[in-house]
Design a protein around this ligand. Sequence first.
Ligand code: FAD
Length: 367
Amino acid sequence: MNTTKNNKIVIVGAGFVGTTLAWCLSCHYNGEIILIDKGQAGNGVTKQAFAWLNVSYGRPDAYSKLRQQAINEWHYLDRQTNGKLNINWSGAISWQETESATREFIDAYSESDFNVKALTKTELQTLEPQLATLPELAAFATEEGAVDPLHATQVLLQEALNNGVTYLPETEVTAINYDGKQILGIATSQGVICADQVILTAGVGIISLMEKLGEQLPLSASPSIIVQYQHQAETPFVRHIISTPDMEVRPISGTTLLAAEDYLNDCPENSATCIALNALPVIKKAFIGSDSLCLGKASVGMRPIPKDEMPIVGKVADYRGLYMISMHSAITLAPLICRLAQEEIINDTEQAALNPYRLTRFSAEGL
Ligand SMILES: Cc1cc2nc3c(=O)[nH]c(=O)nc-3n(C[C@H](O)[C@H](O)[C@H](O)COP(=O)(O)OP(=O)(O)OC[C@H]3O[C@@H](n4cnc5c(N)ncnc54)[C@H](O)[C@@H]3O)c2cc1C
């Protein structure tokens, strides 16, 4: 394979970010778009996401607003893709260590357009009748939801393919080719591809690709554990996304629960399976009728997390033709961030909403 240059955009990495971007670009761009992955689309950390579409708490105001906009963007994306994404807009119930902390959490949203309701014990019991122990106060983020991240990636990939995107799975990008500061394309396990623009959406793979350019990104691979539990209860005993100091769970089918757990270290006693088995009695104790709950599978996913935990979006250093998108909570944020990025990539029109998230902020703040 040795393709020639023709207003070509190459996207490196077909996780949720790269695939969403490919779809966004394909709706507006007439030139060639190639989406490349060293494996199969969605099989990086995307398929291990808890995939809760949520507004982060306790973060800077502007970032919180960005996440609120991102939830609205999911509604737009849902309409654009005719409901094929199967988003579950059940809302999320949470509480904190203390009642006053839960009150603070609810109050933090009282001035915003984002709906977080205070639930009394009785109201909570109506929503989650099988909770064994109820706090005095809980928060209900009615506008939050969740998706199957792999399904969402595959839907967007199919839409992008329908719009003419070329998808090259099982093709590893081994280097970014450049002349001085001008990007020329990429070298892959299948040959060289020339391109006018190279967009890096390779998750944690961006780190080594940039190292080959001599650039050290303020980005690390951060492990987290995802668990599937199975049960045979006739009535599902968890109905919403539930986040408490003890657990983060949501139902993904009538017989399967998904849970996210913190990664501790690489000691055998803290393997994904051990952590998942330790969490099992905690979840069973929390829900009446959960006796049949047992471990399905557990694994560690490596999340790309920028040093200050905010997204990194935009041109890279002073290379011409190089752009990157990397973020924590990319399932929530990608539809919004990719739509904004699409404007910058195709039309070179800077999007003010992305300005706080440039790579240059790290050199400015000496991070
Ligand atoms: C336990 C857990 C819970 C999570 N919960 C949430 C949540 O509730 N909400 C939320 O929004 N986010 C959540 N996340 C985070 C979310 O999973 C990530 O932010 C998101 O999946 C990142 O997507 P990505 O496309 O950047 O990366 P990836 O999915 O890793 O995609 C990158 C792709 O690039 C490819 N690639 C890498 N290097 C190369 C190369 N050299 N050549 C070619 N291809 C390459 C890989 O094969 C991969 O397919 C969670 C993550 C974990 C682990």
